[in-house]
Design a protein. Sequence first.
Length: 219
Amino acid sequence: MLKKLIQLITKRLVKPINNGNSGAPASVVIPENVIATAPEPKPTEQVTVITTPQGISQAIIVPKDYGLELVKEFEGCRLKAYQDIVGIWTIGYGQTGRDVKEGLVWTQVEADSALEKEYKRFAKIVQDTVKKELNSRQHQALTSFTYNCGERNLQNLIRNRDVKQIGDAILLYDKAGGKAVRGLKIRRLVENRLYNSVLDNKFDVHSERERATQEVTNA
């Protein structure tokens, strides 16, 4: 994966040097404003390309965002507006709002763009709201929770609770319209496990969903 990213960067930004004899390029140089190096990622990491304010493109290693994977896993993607379980018009990966109404249709690009924008917004809400030291997994789990339940429920979740108690209390938010919902119970279980997971261990969102589904079914 890393090699492909570097190849993509260099293919577009590296220029050949002519050796003056055969006309074939003798070597390549990476322009000063491009850095295309990063160590091989661990299973719990991913490579991403960033561009600094100075215009420098750089391949860097970041922790995998399992919260985003969790949102995709549970929200699914529907490109035509539909009404959710409480009657709210919804589209894409669970997007709602004034503009979402019957008959609205999105492209996949529009859905992915809206998800990225919305997820970043909720990630910032978590960062600004939770005045406790969270690790990356805890922050990701709470971002998924807030994406699904909203900022007010996040505020209620963290009120008068320490970091451990917050993770445990995630499980309480499994209702919609005052009624317990099987799908929400499963999602809260997976968010709780992500919140409490070991940073150095890979977290398989799909497998955790299947395990949680089996537990809820057998309960």
